[in-house]
Design a protein around this ligand. Structure first.
Ligand code: ZN
Length: 168
């Protein structure tokens, strides 16, 4: 059985529990809290040591002790933002799969929420997503349609989209 304590919500990565994302159902023992994971973190962690981590401990942060010092769940940086929000994103939110390190958008000092990639499901059909993708590719001088290289982000209030182009 699980309760919401075992599956904390990550507002900057709200899809973290979907198949192929940051967590997998697991009864392995967490290397930090020593309880069964329920949701085991299977995405990247950039740290000196590697340990099994549960979603509870990812959300709680303060893992320097078990990870051998400073750590991040992200292969990249975040745009200038409030230090508390930066810590929430880098140290208490799971990362997302990418081909290259990228800079997580944080317009106005608030990190955006990652929604997915540009060829997934209904995302490219949203006019604001289509426009953001076109703008991002136009900046590179390309005329590209829906693409797995488009990483789609949205403001926490859900009003504005931003696309980061991640080339392989
Ligand atoms: Zn744990």
């Amino acid at each position: 059985m699980q309760d919401s304590d075992d599956q904390p919500h990550f507002r900057f990565n709200p899809r973290a529990y979907e198949p192929g994302q940051a967590f997998e159902a697991s009864d392995k023992i967490c290397g930090s809290c020593a309880r069964p994971c329920v949701w085991e973190h299977v995405a990247g962690v950039y740290a000196r040591t590697e340990v099994t981590l549960c979603a509870r401990c990812v959300a709680a942060g303060g893992l320097e002790g078990v990870l051998g010092g400073r750590y991040s769940f992200h292969d990249g940086e975040v745009e200038d933002c409030d230090p508390a929000l930066e810590a929430e994103l880098m140290e208490r939110s799971p990362g997302v799969a990418c081909f290259n390190p990228f800079v997580w958008p944080a317009p106005g000092g608030v990190p955006l929420a990652f929604l997915g990639y540009g060829e997934e499901g209904a995302l490219p059909a949203i006019p604001a997503v289509e426009a953001a993708m076109a703008a991002a590719f136009a900046e590179l001088g390309w005329d590209a349609g829906p693409s797995p290289h488009a990483m789609i982000f949205r403001t926490l209030d859900g009003e504005t989209y931003r696309v980061v182009v991640d080339l392989d």
